[in-house]
Design a protein around this ligand. Structure first.
Ligand SMILES: Cc1cc2nc3c(=O)[nH]c(=O)nc-3n(C[C@H](O)[C@H](O)[C@H](O)COP(=O)(O)O)c2cc1C
Ligand SMILES: O=C(O)C(=O)c1ccccc1
Length: 387
């Protein structure tokens, strides 16, 4: 097999092996996909400052995210239906993260349950919560995460209704999965995917049992989300959830300086500057472009993480140099998982680590903590006058 040298290699294999419905689900953004595209292209606008004749021995990417040691400040983002990209996908990704020494975040919408992941790993993982209309569900989910020893709660705030995702609508993506004739044909040609799927007993969403049982009309994903998630989620409820959980709280989906201030007021430990990988509000700013104003507003008072668009260690370095303490990757690890299971996630992490380390050295830095704006040339409009 050809050597994996970049995330794009994993994406190519992933695409070849995965049924179209699930590939599209991962690879799409909402509506025109402008934000999805700009999440990546805006990283390219930032240039790195090459520095020479600097001692580059003894380099280290190790750091901390919310006080927890990490081999590099790159966590695996919560990704719904990871277990449909590869059988037992959440367990495999969690194992890869544990081996590498980075945090794994389990989505509420995972196929493997909180307990499945806890039983098959030893490092504490983070649990991502979606707030359902059923408030008892929230209480139970938080208790389950506590019982499983989760070391942070990641509360996602940018998806109470689903962004319009045209590919998913056209593909008829639904909960539970609906099989149209063309889908069956597609599945039949992706035999590797089918074969490994047969080896697992986990074919439903392990964390939301009871919340999908009632739905019998094969709703589309967006109809299901609109019926199930609580549109009333507000800052008062966020505070209630913080108190219920009582541990480290990360608020995910912050893209505006005013919301970052609200997150600070509510007492969160960290925020994730994120537009959900361009899957929610199309036309919103890319995360990396939103970062400077958020750093200015709260950067010295709360830990700031960033995701959306990271496809390389260079992207990670740019986010850190602009002030983020940590980053999350979503699709970059899913490509690896879909391409070659646990090994593929390890490969994705290895690629990103190598790129981060090499870039750091060529920028004349030895520690991720020393990265700063001095390493970058950033277009003025990143700090610009948005009216
Ligand atoms: C297929 C897919 C499913 C996702 N599911 C969730 C989810 O269940 N919960 C959540 O908070 N974010 C979810 N996200 C968003 C990711 O956590 C993350 O914000 C995003 O993927 C970052 O962008 P990137 O993919 O460009 O790295 C999902 C993203 C993708 C691609
Ligand atoms: O697809 C997503 O981005 C996501 O977060 C989600 C939302 C509802 C159901 C499954 C996944």
């Amino acid at each position: 097999m050809a050597k994996i040298t970049e995330i794009e290699d994993l994406k190519r294999i992933y695409k070849r092996r995965t049924p179209k419905m699930f590939y599209d689900y991962c690879e799409s953004g909402s509506w025109t996909e402008q934000t999805f595209r700009e999440n990546s292209s805006d990283f390219d606008l930032i240039k790195l400052r090459q520095r020479v004749a600097v001692d580059m021995t003894g380099r280290s990417t190790s750091s901390q995210m919310i006080g927890q040691d990490v081999a590099m400040p790159v966590a695996l983002a919560p990704v719904g239906s990871t277990g449909m990209q590869h059988a037992d996908g959440e367990i495999l990704a969690a194992k890869a993260a544990e081996k590498f020494g980075v945090p794994f975040t389990l989505s509420t919408m995972s196929v493997c349950s909180i307990e499945d992941v806890a039983e098959n790993t030893s490092a504490p993982f983070w649990f991502q919560l979606y707030v359902m209309k059923d408030r008892e569900f929230t209480k139970r989910a938080i208790q389950r995460a506590k019982d499983a020893g989760c070391s942070a709660l990641v509360l996602t705030l940018d998806l109470q209704i689903l962004g319009q995702r045209h590919k998913d609508i056209k593909n008829g993506l639904s909960i539970p999965i609906k099989l149209a004739p063309h889908t069956v044909f597609d599945l039949a040609t992706k035999w590797r995917w089918g074969l490994q799927m047969l080896q697992t007993k986990r074919h439903s969403f392990g964390n939301i049992v009871g919340h999908i049982d009632g739905i019998t009309d094969m709703s589309s994903l967006s109809v299901w989300a609109a019926e199930s998630f609580d549109p009333k989620l507000d800052w008062d409820y966020v505070k209630e959830i913080k108190d219920l959980w009582g541990g480290p709280l990360i608020l995910k989906g912050i893209l505006d300086a005013d919301d970052a201030k609200m997150a600070l007021n509510v007492g969160a430990d960290a925020i994730v500057v994120s537009n959900h990988g361009g899957r929610q509000l199309d036309g919103a700013m890319s995360s990396i472009k939103a970062l400077p104003s958020i750093m200015d507003a709260v950067g010295d008072k709360i830990e700031v993480h960033l995701d959306s668009g990271i496809r390389s260690g260079q992207d990670v370095l740019k986010a850190l140099a602009m002030g983020a303490t940590g980053t999350f990757i979503g699709r970059a690890f899913i490509y690896g998982l879909g391409a070659m299971g646990q090994h593929g996630v390890e490969e994705a992490l290895r690629v990103i680590h190598t790129e981060l380390d090499t870039t750091m050295a060529l920028c004349g830095e030895r520690k991720v903590q020393d990265l700063g704006k001095h390493n970058l040339l950033v277009p003025r409009d990143f700090y610009g006058d948005w009216a």
